[in-house]
Design a protein around this ligand. Sequence first.
Ligand code: UDP
Ligand code: MG
Length: 310
Amino acid sequence: MTYTKLSIIVPCYNEEESVPLFYAEAIKQDAFFGSKGVELEFIFVNDGSRDKTVEVVKSLREKDERVHLISFSRNFGKEAAILAGFEKASGDLVVLMDADLQDPPALLPQMYTHIAEDGYDSVGSRRVTRSGEPPIRSWFARRFYGLMRKISTTEIVDGARDYRMMTRKVVDAILSMKEYNRFSKGIFGWVGFKTKWLEYENINRVAGETKWSFWKLFLYSLDGIMAFSTAPLAIPLVMGILFCIAAFALLVIIIVRACLSLTVGVLILPCIIAFVGGVILGCMGIVAMYLGKLYLESKDRPKYLIDEEF
Ligand code: UDP
Ligand code: MG
């Protein structure tokens, strides 16, 4: 396949130092893409930065017409920046990259080759080490991916970064997911298509500092679980069943002891409490199951996505 334009989407939040370094590094790929007849387009999305990010992007634009800017009125979060970038991108190839050079532009030619020559629709990247990251954060990240593997039918790859090149087909599929609470790592997995994974060692950010506090990441992981799994809604139903089993076991003990003329008085109240609690939890569980269905309906995701048809 031949492609003519690559849109590079860069979400930026307080990245005045990183943006020029990023641009200088990315522009080195000009020669490669020029030789393939692929035009580049940079879309910097300023996510409500409080520093000079906008001025820095404007000064790049003065030198290079291919630089574009979307500037938000406040900080809406990286997911919103990603969506805005996808909506503006006009290329038949789109790549999503962080401004801090943790996503090495040197991988771009390789990504392009996998798509243009090997026929992949999307090339993702995952880091195989988490060096330079606080151990506690790595530990929680691994637990999160482990849990997601168990409770979600969508494949969410451990260590996957948002650094990903994709064809127009995949971009349109992503844009067809209109949900408000967006979790890109899940969305990329959900849309499917033929994906190639590139692995690389973790690289530390070139300037500035991470925008993700531990708390922000924790909330983001909850978003991820809630957006791609309704398994937690089954908890009341399961607990209700366990309580009812406990009530039944107590009832059996009461009957056996009564037959043997032993005292049963102290067991009656716990038995009733377990039974009533179990029934209430079970009913809540039933409501939760319907709520889960309603939740999925309200997202109004496409029922299927077509890769090819004759
Ligand atoms: N980012 C953003 N909005 C935010 C937080 C981050 O647009 O609210 C951008 C940030 O400027 C960077 C990318 O998202 O280009 C990844 O952020 P960061 O490097 O801080 O995350 P980390 O690599 O530490 O996970
Ligand atoms: Mg980073």
